[in-house]
Write a protein that binds this ligand. Structure first.
Ligand code: HPA
Length: 277
């Protein structure tokens, strides 16, 4: 008999509980080039994925492989410094194992960040986008196979995949910090090649505003478990064919690093607001 997903998630959560002395209330996932936030956490306790069962480490530059536990503005948090992607050859279950573990540790909300290509010609590299909905174009789901009722329902509702309360909380934080944010729909593709200009035209036709290679599977797994999700994209480049420039990962990382201070401020405020919600 195969071991249930729920049992594997319990294994990882229990290994973490042996190492940390508090229960995190908010979870955070840090995307490409955004890992620095993890090191700014107070009373930081780092646990490398390698020390934990069932958590593969990402080999992608810019993605460390640690859970960071500690306090942000008085809120106990669990923060994933680096994630694994489908395109690295990991199973869908591995891709979402980290967020499922945070859910099992008891967080009420997870705030996800990512690097994304902008699909709007009037946008610029460095813009920040609040994700209001998504298109799952990875052609897979973390929920296929026998449903485990202990994890969540067979057919989870996705009407409010990105929690409306968390969305308004981020708008308020951005206004207070005087940081301009855009809003839009995030389309996730498998990658790892960037899109062709024809694919970018298709995505625009489908109503997407940004494109990336992460986030949506994590969101589906978290909504399945009843955890609220907020997501914020750093538009690290305009998608292929829009500006005419060639895309490369070094540029993606450099833009995310350039926006680090704004992202840090937004995330701090968002964590505190999410905890109060
Ligand atoms: N496409 C897909 N994923 C990305 C991009 C992009 O242009 N930029 C950063 N992640």
């Amino acid at each position: 008999m195969s071991i249930s997903v729920s049992a594997l998630v319990d294994d990882t959560a229990q290994a973490i509980q042996k190492k940390i002395s508090f229960a995190p209330r908010i979870g955070v996932v840090l995307g490409s080039g955004l890992g620095a936030f993890g090191d700014s956490i107070e009373n930081l306790q780092k646990v490398s994925y390698a020390e934990l069962p069932h958590l593969p480490a990402s080999k992608v530059v810019g993605h460390a492989g640690n859970f960071c536990f500690g306090m942000v503005g008085g809120v106990p948090v669990a923060c994933m410094q680096g994630r694994v992607h489908l395109y690295e050859g990991h199973s869908v279950a591995s891709v979402v194992h980290g967020v499922r573990t945070m859910a099992r540790l008891g967080v009420s909300a997870v705030l996800i960040t990512n690097a994304a290509g902008g699909l709007e010609p009037s946008w610029s590299a460095g813009d920040l986008m609040l994700v209001v909905d998504h298109l799952n174009l990875t052609h897979v789901s973390p929920l296929t196979g026998l449903n485990e009722e202990a994890m969540g329902p067979r057919f989870p509702d996705m009407t409010h995949a990105y929690d409306p309360g968390l969305q308004s909380a981020l708008r308020d934080v951005a206004a207070k910090e005087k940081i301009e944010i855009r809003e839009g729909i995030y389309a996730a593709l498998l990658g790892p090649s960037y899109e062709t200009p024809a694919e970018v035209r298709m995505l625009r036709g489908l109503g997407a505003h940004a494109v990336g290679m992460s986030t949506v599977l994590e969101t589906i797994a978290l909504r399945h478990m009843g955890v609220k999700v907020g997501a914020l994209s750093c538009i690290t480049n305009l998608a292929a064919g829009i500006s005419g420039e060639k895309l490369d990962h070094a540029e993606v990382e450099a833009t995310a690093r350039r926006k680090r201070d704004d992202l840090l401020k937004l995330l701090r405020g968002w964590i505190v607001a999410a905890d109060a919600a």
